[in-house]
Design a protein around this ligand. Sequence first.
Ligand SMILES: Cc1cc2nc3c(=O)[nH]c(=O)nc-3n(C[C@H](O)[C@H](O)[C@H](O)COP(=O)(O)OP(=O)(O)OC[C@H]3O[C@@H](n4cnc5c(N)ncnc54)[C@H](O)[C@@H]3O)c2cc1C
Length: 308
Amino acid sequence: MKERIHKDVVIIGAGMAGLTAALYCGRMNLDTLVLENGIVGGQIANAVDIENYPGFVSVRGGDLIATVQKQAENFGAVLDEFDEIERVTLKTTPKIVETQEKIYAADVVIIASGMNRRKLPLPEERKFAGRGVHYCELCDGHAYNGKIIAVMGGGNAAVDAANFLTKYASKLYLIHRSEFRADEVSQKRLRGNDKVTIMLQTEIRALRGDGRLQSVEVFDKRTGETKTLAVDGIFVNIGVEPNTQLFKDELPLSASGRIIAGEDCRTEIAGVFAAGDVREKEIRQLTTAASDGTTAALLAEKYLGTRG
Ligand SMILES: Cc1cc2nc3c(=O)[nH]c(=O)nc-3n(C[C@H](O)[C@H](O)[C@H](O)COP(=O)(O)OP(=O)(O)OC[C@H]3O[C@@H](n4cnc5c(N)ncnc54)[C@H](O)[C@@H]3O)c2cc1C
């Protein structure tokens, strides 16, 4: 039989949001456990140069997250990377988080399970990731000042990314395998920019380059023609997968699959908070993840104090 253990707070996910929440909870003397089923640091774990996190001119994702982990552990939060969650029951008191090995009875659950961006489905993706293949225009766009950029995707996120990147690009290709799904206003703005060439019904078939990305091979589905485009960087924007499978029967999710919670990170269940990229919100950055982690932890403490 599995051991049953009480925790003041169980945090699901050890990315920036979860570890920041752990730091605050630990510092408030709450008995805090963080469960992580992948790489500590989440999306940022392998990022090379983070230049927009206040306090650092430039920092590696791994170094930044290792520091936050250390801060959390110094304040007594415990991190378990090896015991995977099997199910959660959030509507009961206490809330139950059942892992392969244990049953945690938690007064508060902070969900900080983030999301995964859909990767470019080509074998060369790994070779060029961070060396010409990118997933975050706000994070990496500035490195392409005066360069040729391609954006892959046809939804709002892709077209917004393309519009944003025109501030850096000398030339920008928007490449999408079918028709636009983005709203008219964003499309119009993109079409009105002289730097932009829109290539619909076009697939990216291969990436080429010596160490860094130098060109992409594209296939025009209408003409059957294949050609090579010289590009310095490609920003892939073909969707994200929020890590919310575990919670879909417990909490309402948005159309994009994220957890619906307010700016205060409170979900519709008292004592359950959603923090970071897993929460439905407009801006998803490290600073906003840290902000959510802070908010969730402080309001968790308030909830514990006022529960009676
Ligand atoms: C390549 C890349 C570069 C980026 N660069 C920047 C940048 O320079 N600046 C910036 O501000 N932002 C950047 N971002 C965005 C930033 O990384 C995210 O906004 C931020 O990391 C979100 O943090 P999070 O903690 O909410 O989620 P995540 O980082 O997604 O972390 C969630 C964690 O939860 C874990 N998890 C998921 N499901 C479970 C489960 N069932 N049980 C246990 N654990 C679970 C995951 O393994 C993961 O570790 C970048 C993103 C990418 C992909």
